[in-house]
Design a protein around this ligand. Structure first.
Ligand code: AMP
Ligand code: MG
Length: 412
């Protein structure tokens, strides 16, 4: 049986990066840039003031202090957006405000707090040094510089930078459409009558939510029964998607027909079964050039298999460079027994004990127990060759969050 890392590699080798599209920067949050972004001009576009105060010629302030104040005549003002158009000469000052353009002739800003006003003059009580409080033209970005790069994720700062550089539109990688089919005679959908013994189809929804969390677009194909005909006809509605996901029916039972149905439709099986728990009976293949994942039906197995294989695949399609969740180290709060032969991914809660990250399991690890996912902050990665695992052991955790479980005191 394939190890999880080998299987991941086989998946990623098959996954294409999608094409590109041009979108508005307000649509671009979380997307990956498909272009470099070059500045056409300097930012800021002129020397401007970092403070409220007066701009002056530094030579007029040399030696100024409270015992030896310097008197300078105010000749105008230069608020942000309305530059002073005259020239500052020796003995002259222009009132300036944060962001105001430094007028020709001036070379220094003295803060308001270091001056006293006396009629049309200011009394300067110190020498802030040549060039003080001036933000020079091009301090942030020089014209011609490549500021953002293909492969960068668009976060709020990138949105701001794109706007600063004058870009309303930008090229990003496309988002894949992901067809999702749930299979099983026992499944009913939310709008169907429920009778005892049936199972509400949660996978269509949890998987669609995982797809959306990655930034991709889910396309629901509904529920197919454990019949090859029904599965074929429902799947045919998803063949134009960029990636196909099924859940259920990939194990070895009499009613596990999904792998055969997909093969009949033309899927080439790349692998079936991975040495992991939960999630062993995963099938991965390629159908008409599109990647297909047959995920196991158990709600937790489906979600964890998605995390290990589908999420990195979708991120690669969307141009991401970093494809995996953050790894952390934590201390086990309890003994954890695992069976031989498979890498275990144990749902855990994380908490902070005096700056040390502690992992405690979420209780029953049954593959059907969706609550173990609801409670989980992460997955404890337990390789069978390192068993047994005892309270106090240091273990690797795959985070399921992007935020840290550490308390604020541990951060600063
Ligand atoms: P299977 O992989 O088809 O053998 O299904 C394994 C278990 O997962 C069974 O108990 C199914 O009832 C359950 N299951 C399968 N598909 C779903 C689904 N879409 N939503 C919730 N549970 C499911
Ligand atoms: Mg089934």
């Amino acid at each position: 049986m394939l190890q999880i890392g080998e299987a991941q590699q086989k998946v990623l080798e098959e996954i294409p990066v999608l094409g590109i599209e041009r979108i508005h920067i307000m649509e671009a949050l979380g997307r990956v840039l498909a272009q470099d972004v070059q500045a056409v001009r300097n930012v800021p576009s002129s020397d401007n003031s970092a403070m409220d105060g007066y701009c002056v010629i530094h030579a007029d302030l040399v030696g100024a202090n409270s015992a030896n104040p310097k008197r300078i005549r105010i000749i105008g003002e230069s608020p942000a957006g309305r530059p002073f158009t005259g020239v500052v000469l020796r003995g002259q000052a222009v009132r300036i405000f944060t962001g105001g353009t430094i007028p020709t002739g001036a070379d220094t800003v003295i803060m308001l707090e270091d001056t006293e006003k006396d009629g049309d003059d200011i009394i300067c009580l110190n020498d802030p040094g040549l060039g003080a409080h001036i933000r020079p033209e091009g301090e942030d970005v020089k014209g011609g510089e490549v500021v953002l790069h293909r492969g960068d994720i668009v976060r709020p700062p990138e949105v701001g930078m794109l706007a600063t550089l004058g870009h309303a539109y930008v090229y990003v990688y496309q988002r894949p459409i992901v067809a999702i089919l749930s299979t099983g005679d026992e499944l009913v959908d939310l709008d169907e009558p429920f009778t005892k013994g049936m199972v509400l189809c949660s996978n269509s929804y949890s998987l669609a939510a995982q797809v959306m969390e990655c930034g991709a677009i889910p396309l629901s194909l509904g529920i197919a029964s454990d019949s090859a005909d029904d599965q074929r006809s429902k799947l045919s509605g998803g063949l134009r998607a960029d990636l196909i996901l099924t859940s259920g029916g990939v194990s070895v039972g009499k009613y596990d027909l999904v792998k055969d149905t997909l093969t009949d439709l033309g899927m080439k099986v790349k692998f079936w079964k991975v040495a992991m728990k939960p999630g062993k009976p995963l099938v991965f293949g390629s159908l008409g050039g599109k990647p297909v994942f047959g995920l196991p039906g158990n709600p937790t197995s489906a979600m964890i298999s998605f995390e290990q294989f589908v999420r990195p695949a979708l991120l690669k399609m969307m141009g991401h460079v970093n494809l995996f969740r953050p790894l952390m180290e934590a201390t086990l709060a309890e003994d954890v027994n695992i069976s031989a032969g498979r890498l275990h991914l144990v749902r855990c809660k994380l908490f902070d004990r005096d700056g040390e990250l502690i992992a405690i399991t979420t209780g029953t690890q049954s593959s059907g127990a969706l609550r173990s996912m609801v409670l989980a902050d992460g997955l404890i990665i337990l390789p069978p060759e390192k068993a047994p695992f005892r309270a106090g052991d240091r273990v690797k955790i795959q985070s399921l969050h992007t935020n840290s479980p550490l308390s604020p005191e541990s951060h600063y």
